[in-house]
Design a protein around this ligand. Sequence first.
Ligand code: AHR
Length: 305
Amino acid sequence: LTACGSGGSSGGGGDDGITMGFAQVGAESGWRTANTKSVQEAAKKAGIELKFSDAQQKQENQIKAIRSFIQQRVDVIAFSPVVETGWDTVLLEAQRADIPVILTDRAIDSEDESLYETFLGSDFVEEGRKAGEWLVAESEGEPEVNVVELEGTTGAAPAIDRHTGFAEAIAGTNIEIIASQTGDFTRSGGKQVMEAFLKSHDDIDVVYAHNDDMGLGAIEAIEAAGKEPGKDIKIITVDAVKDGMQALADGKINFIVECNPLLGDQLMDLAKKVVAGEEVPQRVVVEETTFTQEQAAEALPDRQY
Ligand code: AHR
């Protein structure tokens, strides 16, 4: 897409530099903390003035922040949408003000693709698929495998897509999702939902948590119930932040699908191009891997976040 933006340096940052308004989801997880740090450090390195806003996981706060960035006439707006839908109105306002928008980390669900210049982030469906494929291979020969799912924030792209990919991978196998509920991507949410699952189901074989933090919360609940995480109940998570990787290396988690939060440098590069009116790809997918317990032990010493 070609940027329809301010075409230079007329934004709130003064005469020479680029000013970016960044509307972050919140500080709900270790992943998010690493992502925020990456964006802030990359902006500094790139000489981009960053106006940072934390929406505390509320869409209304993000919309307010975007409106305030428009009012301040920033050169470019980047944001990671809390949920997928409900963005058209505010993004039209940005478009009318001639301020280009970059989606980072999470996508929106809109028919109007002209509302943003590019989307930089992971393929969440693929992440879910990798989690499911690992479990399918692991469960070969077993009569039946009961999974409880700790979902991310309701309506968020990673929650929707990680469910879709996982469900696709286990379709037609001996694996069944027997319960599924949101833990809002937080450790306390994961713990609470897992406590309830353990009370209502005595036949749980596997926890599939949409992020490490919820998986770590589930570990606490499982241990408090007198069971051994990683053995009595297997755990699969997504992210691969340090705490998750430590639990994996310790044998409490069984498999982690990586979701890379270090998007800052790529975001700043895209922002410079978009502001300069250069062509950028409509979609930039982040490369990611997976970790077994042995691989986690090996990778841990060099893990940055
Ligand atoms: O959008 C990325 C997801 O959001 C991460 O997997 C999760 O940890 C975060 O809260």
